[in-house]
Design a protein around this ligand. Structure first.
Ligand code: XLS
Ligand code: NI
Ligand code: NI
Length: 442
């Protein structure tokens, strides 16, 4: 079959999306995201470093456990798997350039479907990666991160790196090796490990300690392979507490950090924090970001949102400015992104079936982040926020408080001070005051 490349337009009638400001009522325009606008020292585009997720936007069929696919993407129409992969890539780059997002992210088998043998799959991947390199060069779009899908194929039903069967571990290693090669070839600035099925369904049949040691060994090997083969970017772990397994090993930021520390991997690995994973772990997004930032390990973000009434990973596009302002406060104070960015790991709803829906979804998400960035920047640059928070800890800035922080007092000394000072005066935490302060800027 003769392969045709790049001669179809998939999003007809939709041109480049532009910033038109808050006065516009054009639903296909940005109202806040103005890439070249300066916010402090950097432009919005430099702060936010948006990325499109290949899997949701170009592979997601809209199927759910109760019903068949609703998204009949025209780029998936061919009978030939390579033609489908090329068409999908044309559609992806058309969308990414029209929306004006500078980066994208993929799993190996988002780019092309897996073949019936490992050799066939590797060959297909090499071909599509060569095409991706051309598309990147022609458009200026860059790869934010690559990863391997180690969870969809039935062979991974008991895990990949943590599978009790060594043969499956070897198979997973081959996929990771190829995905790292692809990431290096495409100049990706990060390589991601999301736990997939690394976890367990029942502890009865699981040797947790052994599985976690295998995971550390596997990550170490991937790190060594990447470094030996020219990967200079950041390895990222993406925590998630549950789904698809009942208990995922990379539960949340604190769990992953302690794992990385225990296995001496913190020099090469940082965290990719996802909104809906944070909330599934009963945390807020900003909490997870702060935990990562405090460890110097805030690498990247997967942007989406959950549903307040549902307890699963709904991966909706972000739309809550107030919540994201709290997240942006953490990011800006941490000094922003280095190799990472904001990847829209979000999907349009099953019943959003117009080609324009993918545009509305990303426009909404980008505008929401732009507003949150502007608000956070203003709060930090021109409100009393930082001063107020600092004052709350003023008793540690001098005298015995400072001595305590420096380790110059003992528990006995503290008890003696309490005896002398008596009952401490009440000091309000003023939560509502802080909340109102934030509201003033959103
Ligand atoms: C699933 C994860 C996944 C990772 C990439 O919940 O968010 O999409 O981001 O493997
Ligand atoms: Ni997710
Ligand atoms: Ni994700």
């Amino acid at each position: 079959m003769k392969i045709t490349l790049g001669d179809k337009e998939f999003f007809k009638g939709i041109g480049a999306i532009r910033y038109e400001g808050t006065e516009t009522d054009n639903p296909l325009a940005f109202r806040y995201y103005n890439p070249s606008q300066k916010v402090g020292k950097k432009t919005m585009q430099e702060h936010l470093r948006f990325a499109v997720a290949y899997w949701h936007s170009f592979c997601g069929s809209g199927a759910d456990p109760f019903g068949a696919p609703t998204h009949h993407f025209p780029w998936l129409g061919s009978d030939d798997p390579m033609q489908r992969a090329y068409d999908k890539m044309d559609a992806a780059f058309e969308f990414i350039t029209k929306i004006g997002i500078p980066f994208y992210c993929f799993h190996d088998y988002d780019l092309v479907e897996e073949g019936s043998t490992l050799r066939e799959s590797s060959r297909r991947l090499e071909q599509i990666v060569a095409y991706a390199a051309k598309k990147q060069k022609a458009s200026g779009v860059k790869l934010m991160w690559g990863t391997a899908n180690l969870f969809s194929h039935p062979r991974y039903m008991n895990g990949a790196a943590t599978n009790p069967d060594f043969e499956v571990v070897c198979y997973a290693a081959t996929q990771v090796k190829n995905a790292i090669d692809a990431t290096v070839e495409l100049g990706g600035s990060n390589y991601v490990f999301w736990g997939g099925r690394e976890g367990y369904l029942s502890l009865l049949n699981t040797d947790m300690k052994r599985e976690q040691e295998h995971l550390a060994m596997f990550l170490r090997m991937a790190r060594d392979y990447g470094r030996k083969n020219g990967f200079k970017g950041t390895f990222l772990i993406e925590p998630k507490p549950m789904e698809p397994t009942k208990h995922q090993y990379d539960f949340d930021a604190a769990t992953v950090l302690s794992f990385l520390r225990q296995h001496d991997l913190l020099a090469d690995f940082k965290l990719n924090i996802e909104v809906n994973h944070a909330t599934l772990a009963q945390h807020t997004f900003q909490h997870e970001l702060q935990v990562a930032a405090d460890a110097g390990a805030l690498g990247s973000m997967d942007a989406n949102r959950g549903d307040y009434q549902n307890g699963w990973d709904t991966d909706q596009f972000p739309n809550n400015v107030t919540e994201l302002t709290e997240a942006m406060l953490v990011l800006v104070q941490a000094g922003g992104f280095r190799t990472g960015g904001i990847n829209f790991d979000a999907k349009i709803r099953r019943n959003s079936t117009d080609p324009a829906d993918l545009f509305y979804a990303h426009i909404g998400g980008m505008d929401t982040f732009a507003r949150a960035l502007l608000a956070a920047h203003e709060i930090l640059a021109s409100s009393a926020y930082l001063k107020l928070r600092k004052e709350r800890y003023a008793s540690f800035d001098a005298g015995n408080g400072r001595k305590f922080e420096r380790g110059q007092l003992t528990l006995d000394a503290l008890a003696a001070l309490a005896g002398k000072n008596g009952e401490p005066a009440q000091r309000s935490g003023r939560q509502e005051y802080y909340e109102n302060l934030l509201s003033r800027f959103v």
